[in-house]
Write a protein of this length. Structure first.
Length: 318
């Protein structure tokens, strides 16, 4: 019975275009003439599509008692509400599939991370360019939240950021741990906390001292919350400053600070006191984030991910 019903009244055996023609008429003010221009069909063809639907359902979808005017019936409204998600879904399927194919063919690598990570990756970027001279590499030093939005919208290929192990991700994104994230309280030699163990130092204790921060440095969420919670303000406002400015202020005993371990050189470790923040903030790791791809990753992304899997990551992130 089901097969008999669905095969009886196809107009040219094309049910999809029957429904598309009907929806186009509704969307164009119940005008077959306007719908025909949108679909590049003759008005008579659209009329036949709708007539075949009405024959199949045994009911009118439009009231034709008005001269040169169609008025949608209650049945027509109900059928339109059921049909339009299907038509839109099919149209979006084609658009999204083409978008995926276009993405796969791009010889571009768009990657976002913290500035210090981007700096550590430059040697590999150079190597990639030597092997593929036409490759375009774009880096973005932006907050993680913005990077994940861009990743979800296909504006980025890869994002590398510290992340709380329990942090939820947007649907459709995937993350893979790279290595441990290390952050330190930075103190000057002779500071009262110098002899304390890491676990003895609290956020409340650190907030009592002048605290150097860079206004344009991208802090991860937990540390930004610390800055906001304790109303941390730098004694000097560094706009477009560098971490070297921060470290020199600490060395001159003007303040304390908080920095990612990647910013600390061997010389800094001799001239400064640094204490792990792991007891004050959630455990963090570096992750790379990618968008789940229904086809496959484009070649620059595959090459970069291979680099991450083959390299001694601790040499890059330490």
């Amino acid at each position: 019975m089901k097969n008999e019903l669905i095969n009886r009244f196809y107009y040219k055996k094309d049910r999809l275009n029957q429904i598309r023609g009907f929806c186009a008429v509704v969307q164009n003010g119940c005008s077959a003439t306007k719908a025909s221009k949108v679909l590049h069909l003759e008005p008579a063809t659209i009329g036949q599509q709708i007539k075949s639907l009405e024959t199949e359902f045994g009911t009118e979808l439009f009231d034709r008692k008005y001269t040169n005017k169609l008025v949608i019936t209650d049945a027509g409204i109900k059928f339109y509400k059921m049909s339009i998600p299907i038509i839109d879904g099919i149209d979006n399927m084609f658009l999204n599939f083409k978008k995926e194919l276009d993405y796969e063919r791009q010889n571009v690598l768009n990657i976002a991370s913290l500035d210090i990570i981007i700096v550590r990756l430059i040697p590999f970027f150079i190597k990639m360019k030597q092997e593929n001279t036409d490759l375009e590499i774009n880096t973005f030093n932006i907050p993680k939240e913005r990077a994940l939005e861009m990743l979800d919208n296909r504006e980025l290929d890869i994002a590398i950021y510290p992340c709380n192990i329990n942090e939820e991700l947007l649907d459709g994104l995937y993350r893979q741990k790279i290595t441990e994230y290390k952050e330190y309280w930075i103190l000057y030699k002779g500071h009262p906390y110098e002899k304390l163990k890491d676990i003895e130092i609290t956020k409340e204790m650190m907030a009592k001292y002048p605290f150097a921060i860079l206004e344009d440095l991208i802090y991860i969420e937990s540390f930004q919350n610390f800055i906001d919670e304790y109303n941390i303000k730098s004694p000097i406002h560094f706009r477009y400053g560098t971490t070297d400015m921060i470290k020199n202020m600490v060395k001159n005993k003007s303040c304390v600070s908080l920095l990612n371990g990647l910013y600390l050189t061997e010389q800094d470790k001799k001239e400064l006191i640094y204490k792990s923040t792991h007891v004050n903030f959630p455990p963090m790791n570096y992750y790379y984030f990618v968008k789940n791809n229904s086809i496959k990753f484009k070649k620059p992304v595959e090459l970069f991910l291979k680099f991450l899997s083959d390299s001694n990551i601790d040499n890059v992130f330490s």
